[in-house]
Write a protein that binds this ligand. Structure first.
Ligand SMILES: [Zn+2]
Length: 72
C-alpha cells in the first residue's frame, strides 16, 4: 500500500493516512493538494496535511502528480 517501510510505520500509528479526502471527517485539512496521502497532526482534534511526495523515500505519491505525469 505504501511506498516504503517508514511511511507504513507512520500509518500504523495513525500519523499518516492513505485515504480519500472526504473520508477525513475527524479533523481539518490544511491544504488542497490532490492526493490520497496525508500527514496527521494534533490529538483529539486532528489536522491533516496532504503531501505530494513521501517525506522518507521522496517518491511521488499524490494522485495530482500522477495525473500531471499522464498529461505530459
Ligand atoms: Zn516512502
Amino acid at each position: 500500500m505504501s511506498c516504503c517501510d517508514e511511511l507504513a510505520r507512520l500509518m500504523d500509528r495513525d500519523f499518516a493516512r492513505n485515504t480519500q479526502v472526504y473520508q477525513l471527517t475527524d479533523g481539518r485539512i490544511l491544504n488542497e493538494i490532490d492526493t490520497e496521502y496525508f500527514l496527521v497532526f494534533g490529538g483529539e482534534r486532528r489536522w491533516f496535511a496532504g503531501i505530494n511526495y513521501c517525506p522518507f523515500c521522496g517518491r511521488a505519491i499524490s494522485r495530482g502528480l500522477w495525473n500531471q505525469e499522464m498529461e505530459k
